[in-house]
Design a protein around this ligand. Structure first.
Ligand SMILES: [Zn+2]
Length: 369
């Protein structure tokens, strides 16, 4: 099976059924857990060591996934115990069951430093929605005050304190370049950034396999956003730099095991597609900013459907991520006028680079993971 452009190859047509796993290489198994959203699944992986198993990502919080883990542990591990839990990054579909597995199996959690501490601070961050700096961030982007009130209400429905299985209070650190000896193979930690600050991928050169998490997805694009917690961040620059670096390090013929969609071959092609996609989005914004624009008014040029609630906030975060990258390249300038930031194209070569009406189709929605 190929994607629309015929450039990626998918060796598996169907995913393993819930509560079961499928061997995709010697000692490497693939399983799926449900997600309660339009993207209805996450892929998780198991790596076999001589004396137990590494779990890579854990699924979302809740009884359904927890019960499926009990099935997996009873039926899919060949009688060996779980040995370590690795979370590629801090997002809730990856870390939701980390607390349960940590306590149930009594084995360490391994994460990068940045992801571990950001996961631990999620509850605090939700409490901070609406502080003066976050409020200013949204106001300057052109968001109406009434919409901010709605956001505060959304915050109150998020209660991390009610967690039945709190996030693990201790961990083991993974750092870029670390080598994990697991069974007969060496797994190299490769850290990417942009979707999350210090995202861990695991590369087994001899097996020709990369466990990619959300760093490289084959069909959808990962969310790359500026958030109110760091209003001046430039995550798109991190994202594009990571993709260039992965392109320079990874051979093309490896099997990529992503956290969503199906395992695929064609990593170099996919990384270039993702780079091209974001460059195209940035060119659209430059073209629109020949006349100074407010961020919220640029959303219809990136997304083709009506955006509401959190979807609008995610779309705005993605739009600003592209704008900040353009500011970093001296292609856009930002000035505060009448209480909002106005973005204006300032690069004289835009005249030659512009290609209105020749862009990729608009995105249906901001990245959902
Ligand atoms: Zn993620």
């Amino acid at each position: 099976m190929s994607d629309q452009s015929g450039s990626l190859e998918y060796p598996y047509q169907t995913a393993p059924a819930p509560g079961t796993s499928l061997e995709v290489a010697s000692g490497v198994r693939w399983l799926r857990m449900p997600l309660p959203m339009s993207l209805d699944h996450i892929n998780l992986y198991l790596i076999e060591d001589t004396d137990g198993w590494y779990i890579i990502d854990t699924g979302i919080r809740g009884q359904e996934t927890q019960d499926l883990w009990l099935d997996i542990i009873s039926n899919e591990l060949g009688g060996k115990p779980v040995k370590r839990i690795i979370c590629t990054h801090m997002h809730p579909d990856h870390t939701g069951q980390a607390g349960f597995l940590f306590n149930h199996c009594e084995v360490p959690l391994m994460m990068s430093h940045g992801e571990y501490y950001q996961a631990r601070s999620m509850g605090n961050m939700m409490r901070d929605v609406g502080n003066w700096q976050m409020s200013a961030y949204y106001r300057l982007a052109g968001i109406e005050p009434a919409f901010l009130e709605q956001l505060r209400d959304m915050r109150s429905s998020f209660t991390p304190e009610a967690e039945d299985q709190p996030f693990p209070g201790s961990y083991m650190r993974l750092t870029d370049g670390d080598i994990l000896d697991i069974g007969a193979n060496q797994w190299q930690v490769m850290v990417g950034s942009g979707h999350s600050p210090e995202h861990v991928c695991l590369y087994a050169k001899d097996l020709r396999i990369l466990i990619a998490g959300d760093q490289i997805l084959p069909v959808i694009t990962s969310n790359v956003s500026v958030h109110g917690t760091e209003p001046e961040a430039n995550p798109m620059d991190n994202w594009l730099t990571s993709h260039e670096r992965f392109k320079s390090l990874l051979p093309h013929d490896i099997l990529v095991l992503p956290a969503h969609n199906l395992p695929f071959y064609g990593v170099q092609t996919r990384l270039q597609q993702l780079i091209d996609h974001h460059e195209d989005r940035m060119l659209i914004l430059e073209e629109q900013c020949v006349e100074p624009q407010v961020a919220v008014d640029l959303l219809p040029y990136l997304f083709n459907r009506k955006l509401e609630g959190m979807t609008k906030i995610m779309a705005l975060g993605e739009c600003i991520a592209h704008l900040h990258c353009l500011i970093g390249r001296n292609r856009i300038e930002r000035r505060e006028e009448d209480g909002v930031y106005k973005y204006r194209a300032i690069d004289p070569t835009l005249v030659d680079r512009a290609k209105p009406n020749q862009h990729e189709p608009l995105d249906d929605a901001p990245g959902r993971v």
